[in-house]
Design a protein around this ligand. Structure first.
Ligand SMILES: Nc1ncnc2c1ncn2[C@@H]1O[C@H](COP(=O)(O)OP(=O)(O)OP(=O)(O)O)[C@@H](O)[C@H]1O
Length: 329
């Protein structure tokens, strides 16, 4: 079973114009696969997730887009599409686990509620057993005690495990993890990523991992899509894209990552990270031609006027990038 999103475009209306935050973004994730969606801050990653989950802000409008899950298509411009999509099984892990947890209920009550909604006929004792089992599976120590605790009594990493346990119990077809480890320290990050992989292995769901970290993507994901100013500039398997980036932006992102890694090992201050010079363009006035033209180090005259297509890279049919340099005459 594959999950796909086709031509997702989202606008935000602002006091001075309309920001075209996403433009024709398409993604495809197979069952059991982890797709990393990377891009710098403001590139539109969360907008993709929110559009799928029906969590967009009031000033947002889905201009186009279809999501296909389990062979069934949903028109994302329709107001009730995301409710129907959620009904087919989607769960989301946020950077802040408190967005998924209710502070006034115990962990046990919240986990049992997921089970009650999923199988209303189940008895309480069975639900408690299953909830404890889920906490055990995400390696939360002393599950019985945790069941009676409130979210504020747990650390950030423990809360994130509870959210993963909730996802485990809801058995989604698609799990969206939006910067799930950004607020956690590096050791906890690795543990939480392992739990997400464990969840994927147990229920065979597709996972969309939203992150600004290429390091996380190369370590844990099967495929990646690179987002820039609301456009998907490149997509392919992690190995292919890493070995042969088709887009200059992807190459620059990988160069930054290597630099960050070196500086980490040299124990340098976090502030010295290399960044790509320039800024994201204002999406209220998308420039003509390639959206990355203003920051590209290998652009040529046509890049300022011709909107590039999505061209294949190398011999891999899954690998493509939006760069005119890949156009074959
Ligand atoms: N409610 C809103 N109204 C107006 N603009 C918005 C709104 N929400 C997001 N945006 C803008 O849309 C663009 C994409 O934002 P989004 O949060 O999806 O990016 P992101 O890649 O997830 O960023 P980050 O990594 O910082 O979370 C940004 O320019 C952002 O300022």
């Amino acid at each position: 079973m594959a999950i796909s999103v086709r031509n997702l475009s989202v606008d935000y209306s602002l006091p001075h114009g309309t920001a075209h935050a996403l433009r024709d973004v398409s993604l495809e994730i197979q069952k059991g696969e982890l797709l990393g969606l990377v891009g710098e801050s403001g590139s539109g990653k969360s907008t993709v997730a929110f559009a799928l989950m029906g969590l967009l802000a009031n000033n947002a409008k889905v201009i186009s887009g279809t999501a296909k899950i389990d062979g069934k298509s949903f028109d994302l411009t329709k107001p009730n599409a995301t409710a129907a999509l959620r009904g087919r099984g989607m769960a989301m892990i946020f950077q802040d686990p408190m967005l998924s947890l209710n502070p006034v209920f115990t962990v046990g009550t919240q986990l049992c509620e997921v089970l009650r909604r999923r199988s209303p006929g189940s008895d309480r004792k069975t639900r408690i057993g299953m909830a404890e089992d889920a906490l055990d599976k995400v390696k939360l120590s002393n599950p019985q005690r945790r069941m009676g605790q409130y979210p504020h009594e747990l650390s950030g990493g423990m809360r994130q495990r509870v959210v993963i346990a909730m996802a485990l119990l809801s058995e989604p077809a698609l799990l969206i993890a939006d910067e799930p480890t950004t607020a956690l320290d590096v050791t906890v990050e690795a543990q939480i990523m392992r739990e997400i992989i464990g969840l994927r292995d147990r229920i065979g769901c597709a996972v969309l991992l939203i992150t600004h970290s290429l390091g996380l993507v190369t370590e844990y994901c099967d495929k990646l899509s690179v987002l820039y100013a609301g456009e998907r500039l490149e997509s392919g398997t992690v190995n292919e894209v890493q070995q042969q980036p088709g887009h200059p932006y992807t190459r620059m992102l990988f160069d930054c990552e290597v630099q960050i890694d070196r500086e980490r090992h040299a124990d340098a201050s976090e502030n010295r990270f290399t960044v790509i010079a320039g800024e994201l363009p204002d999406t209220r006035q998308r420039p003509p031609g390639c959206i990355f033209n203003g920051r590209c180090d290998v652009s040529f005259a046509d890049c300022a006027v011709v909107d590039p297509g999505d061209y294949p890279v190398g011999n891999d049919t899954e690998h493509s990038a939006r760069c005119l340099r890949l156009e074959t005459p």
